[in-house]
Every structure is written in structure tokens, then in C-alpha cells.
Ligand binder design. Structure first.
Ligand code: FE2
Length: 260
């Protein structure tokens, strides 16, 4: 199994451990209960094939959920993932994907839907569409993105996809676009054009890597890496509930986001 390297590739895979596999079992049981009776209920998008599940896992700041004990966090080079070892964790996102993803547009333009189908909906986390013109601004700088698969699926069950090395291109482009502005105004700087130009460069020059993983493994993404979700392949193996992954994305400062 390819391991990656956070600094060079923008992603890193950590091998399964018994402790993390046990944690995934507790979290999966909590996720299944949430899918059955959750309040708020899962919000199904793209024709019932994706529920983003933001803040859906009822874990505490250590990652403990339903008696699991703290999340066994991977040990990573800290500069590229500030706070990974000890930052308090928010309630995890529970991303649930089901056969057919993305089955139908979700109130978006035909071009945006095609992008989701053919470019895996590639995006940079935290770069939010602001205002009626949906201009991209870096309003939610994350320290890192940590993905923890909660159930077993086949490799074609809409895996996470990354563009290897794209974190350096995007971080550089956004840093250059923010540099002429005072730091206090950075959250309001329109990054739409530099982001789109840098994203095109990533598509042209970076290798697209699907990251299929199993419960007990951990996938660490650099906060600036371009990533998305592949369309579901016909016949991909998955349990009836679909593919479930818990994501932790603690926020940090913009200054930290631009470093390392
Ligand atoms: Fe994302």
C-alpha cells in the first residue's frame, strides 16, 4: 500500500492499528445510529447519494465517542499538520457515499455538475463561496484534514482523490495573492481567479491519486491539497449504508495556514 508523504505529496497514509480499528468500530456504530435516527437527520444530496454529515459524530475533544476512548491519532511531522498531536477535536464530519454518486445535479449549473462528474468535484477546503457572486475567500483555514474510514468498501466506492503535490501550488498562489494586502483583510480578499488558475495548473502537472483505505487506517491531508471524491463505479462493493468516513478538520489561523 502506498504510504505517501505529507510534506512532498500533500497526503500520508498511516497503517491500521488495533487501537484505531477499535475506535473506528465504535464510531461506525454511532454513525449507523445517526443514519437511522439522527437529529438533525442526514442531508442527502446528489440524488440521495451523498450526505456530508458536518458535525454529525457526537465525539468529545479527544475524539472519544460512545465509550471508545480517545482517538488514537497518527504521529505525523507536525509542521505540515499543526496541532495534529493535541489540538482539541470538533465533532467529526460523517461523509456517507452511496452507489450512483453523483446521481443527479444538486441545484448547481450543468458545468458545475460536469466538474463533479469528471474532475471529482476537486476543491480546496476552507475556500468558501461568498456573496451572490460566490467569490472564493479563505474563511475557514484548517490545520489539517484527517480522514478515518469507518467501514470496509471496494476501491471503486467513491474514494477520496488527491492531486499529489498540489498543496505547494495552491499554497504558493494563495500566499502570493494575499501578500499585497494587510493580514487583517485576508479573509475578505477575493481569491477566485488565482485559485482557479492554480487549480488548472494542478490538473496539468499533478498526479491524480485515489486513496482507498480501510477501518483502522488514517489518511492525513495537507490543508492546502486539492482533493475531491471520485464517482461511484458500477458494482463497487459496499455495505447497505454506503461508504462512511469520519473527517476532522480543526481550524487554525491564516498565518499558520500559509506556513509549511
Ligand atoms: Fe474537502
Amino acid at each position: 500500500m502506498v504510504a505517501g508523504d505529507l510534506d512532498r505529496c500533500g497526503w500520508q497514509r498511516f497503517a491500521a492499528t488495533p487501537a484505531r480499528r477499535a475506535w473506528a468500530g465504535y464510531a461506525c456504530a454511532a454513525a449507523l445510529a445517526w443514519l437511522e435516527t439522527g437529529d438533525p437527520a442526514p442531508l442527502w444530496r446528489y440524488g440521495g447519494t451523498w450526505s456530508p454529515g458536518v458535525d454529525a459524530l457526537d465525539n468529545d475533544e479527544s475524539g472519544a465517542v460512545a465509550g471508545s476512548g480517545p482517538l488514537p491519532r497518527p504521529k505525523a511531522p507536525s509542521p505540515g499538520a499543526p496541532g495534529l498531536a493535541k489540538v482539541p477535536l470538533h465533532k467529526a464530519q460523517l461523509s456517507v457515499l452511496r452507489p450512483g454518486y453523483p446521481r443527479a445535479p444538486d441545484g448547481e449549473s450543468p458545468a458545475a455538475f460536469r466538474f463533479r462528474q469528471h474532475r471529482d468535484g476537486a476543491h480546496l477546503d476552507g475556500l468558501l463561496p461568498i456573496g451572490p457572486k460566490r467569490r472564493r475567500m479563505l474563511r475557514e483555514p484548517h490545520a489539517f484534514i484527517l480522514g478515518l474510514p469507518l467501514n470496509d468498501t471496494g476501491p471503486g466506492a467513491s474514494p477520496l482523490v488527491v492531486w499529489e503535490g498540489s498543496h505547494r501550488i495552491l499554497q504558493g498562489a494563495i500566499g502570493a495573492a494575499l501578500a499585497p494586502h494587510k493580514p487583517a483583510t485576508w479573509p475578505d480578499v477575493d481569491l477566485t481567479e488565482p485559485y482557479q488558475a492554480a487549480r488548472r495548473r494542478c490538473f496539468e502537472t499533478c498526479r491524480r491519486v485515489p486513496l482507498h483505505a480501510a477501518p483502522g487506517e488514517a489518511l492525513l491531508l495537507h490543508r492546502a491539497v486539492l482533493h475531491g471524491m471520485a464517482p461511484w463505479e458500477d458494482g463497487a462493493a459496499a455495505p447497505p449504508e454506503g461508504r462512511i468516513v469520519a473527517y476532522f478538520r480543526p481550524t487554525t489561523t491564516l498565518r499558520t495556514w500559509l506556513r509549511d
